[in-house]
Design a protein around this ligand. Structure first.
Ligand code: 5MM
Length: 340
C-alpha cells in the first residue's frame, strides 16, 4: 500500500517513537570510530549499522524511521539482506540524507552554507527507487562574536526550502533541519534569540517556496546554553524556553518536531524531551531524531568487536526505549535506572 506524504510524516512521529539518525558521512563516522580506535572501513561501517538495525525489539517499539547515508542505503548485511530491508521489516521507514555538507559562505567569515541542490531531483528519484520514504538536509548556524549574520541565515533557510520543495515534488517527506550549534560561551537566552530568528526565516522561505507544511517534519536544536557558557540552564528551563520559541515560530500545520541532540549528554537529551512532552497539550508531536544521544553508548559497548554485538544492541535498545518513553512524556529517572 502506498502511503501519502502526510501519512509518512505522521508515521515518522508516531506516538512513543522517534528517528534514529545514522547518516554520518564518511568523515563524521571516522571521527566516531577514531574515538573507539576502530578502523573506518566499509565492512566496519556495515557491521556497526547492521548491529543497530537488527536490534529488532527496540526498532519495533521505539524507532519510526532511520536516516541513512548514501553508502548505507545501497549496502547489504553480512547475509546479503539489504540494510534498508532489515529496517523496513521492523516497521520503521528508511530515510536518506541528501545534503552535500557545509561549505564556507562567501564574505561571511566563520559561517557556512549547506550545498547539494544541483542534481537533487534526479537523486531523489533514485532514492525513492531504493526504498527511501523521507529525506534530511541539515543547515548549520553558529553563534559567536558578531554571528550569525542575516546573510547566513537567509542563504541556509532558502536552501532548506528549495530542498523541501524538490523532495515533496519527487515523493519524499523532507526533514527540515536548521541546527543552531551549542558550541560557544553564549547563554540560553542568546540561543533562544538566534533559534527564533532562524525558525522565523525558515518558515517564511518554506512559504515562499510553496512547501506544504503537513508533508514536512522539523528537526531543530533545543534552546540550550553554549557548552562553554558559565551559566548552564536547568533541564526545566531548557524545556520551557524551547517550547516557548517553537510556539512562536512553528505553525500548527506541521505534524511533528523531531529534535537533534547536538552534543547533549544521553540522559539530558531524553530528560529534556520528556519534560517538554509533559508540558502538553502542544500543537505538534514532539519526538527525537538523535544521532549521538542514541548511538554513543552502543558505539562504546561494541568497540568494533563481533563478540560485543549483543552488548552494543543492549546499549542502543536501552537508549531507544528511554527516548520512546520521553516522546510519550512517560520517562522517569527511576525507569532509566531500573532498565539500566
Ligand atoms: C548523524 O549525524 C548526522 C550527519 O552529520 P554529517 O553530515 O556532519 O556527517 C547529523 O546531521 C545528525 O543527523 C544531526 O546532527 C543529529 O545528530 P545529533 O548527534 O546532533 O543528535
Amino acid at each position: 500500500m502506498t502511503m501519502t506524504l502526510e501519512q509518512v510524516a505522521e508515521a515518522m512521529v508516531a506516538p512513543g517513537k522517534g528517528i534514529l539518525a545514522a547518516d554520518e558521512s564518511s568523515g563524521t563516522i571516522k571521527r566516531r570510530f577514531d574515538s573507539i580506535k576502530v578502523e573506518n572501513t566499509e565492512e566496519n561501517r556495515r557491521d556497526y549499522r547492521e548491529m543497530l538495525f537488527r536490534s529488532t525489539d527496540a526498532m519495533k517499539t521505539a524507532i519510526s524511521g532511520v536516516i541513512l547515508y548514501d553508502e548505507t542505503i545501497r549496502q547489504k548485511a553480512k547475509d546479503g539482506t539489504p540494510l534498508a530491508k532489515i529496517i523496513a521489516d521492523t516497521g520503521a521507514l528508511p530515510g536518506i540524507k541528501v545534503d552535500g555538507g557545509t561549505k564556507p559562505l562567501q564574505f561571511c567569515k566563520g559561517e557556512v552554507v549547506t550545498e547539494g541542490l544541483d542534481g537533487l531531483p534526479g537523486r531523489v528519484k533514485e532514492y525513492v527507487g531504493l526504498g527511501a520514504k523521507f529525506a534530511k538536509w541539515r543547515a548549520v548556524i553558529d553563534i559567536g562574536q558578531g554571528i550569525p549574520s542575516y546573510t547566513c541565515i537567509k542563504a541556509n533557510a532558502h536552501a532548506l526550502a528549495r530542498y523541501a520543495a524538490i523532495c515533496i515534488e519527487g515523493g519524499l517527506v523532507p526533514i527540515v533541519e536548521p541546527e543552531v550549534l551549542m558550541d560557544g560561551a553564549h547563554d540560553i537566552d542568546r540561543c533562544a534569540e538566534v533559534t527564533e530568528w532562524v525558525l522565523k526565516e525558515v518558515y517564511q522561505e518554506l512559504y515562499y517556496n510553496r512547501v506544504v507544511l503537513e508533508q514536512t517534519i522539523l528537526k531543530p536544536n533545543m534552546v540550550i546554553a553554549g557548552k562553554q557558557s558559565a551559566r548552564q540552564a536547568s533541564r526545566a528551563e531548557v524545556a520551557e524556553k524551547t517550547v516557548k520559541v517553537l510556539k512562536r515560530c512553528v505553525p500548527a500545520a506541521v505534524p511533528g518536531i523531531a529534535f537533534l541532540s547536538g552534543g547533549q549528554s544521553d540522559e539530558d537529551a531524553t530528560a529534556h524531551l520528556h519534560l517538554m512532552n509533559a508540558m502538553g497539550p502542544l500543537p505538534w508531536k514532539l519526538s527525537f531524531s538523535y544521532g549521538r544521544a542514541l548511538q554513543a553508548a552502543a558505539l562504546k559497548a561494541w568497540s568494533g568487536k563481533a563478540e560485543n554485538f549483543a552488548a552494543g544492541q543492549r546499549a542502543f535498545s536501552h537508549r531507544a526505549k528511554m527516548n520512546g518513553l520521553a516522546a510519550a512524556g512517560k520517562w522517569s529517572e527511576q525507569k532509566e535506572k531500573a532498565v539500566a
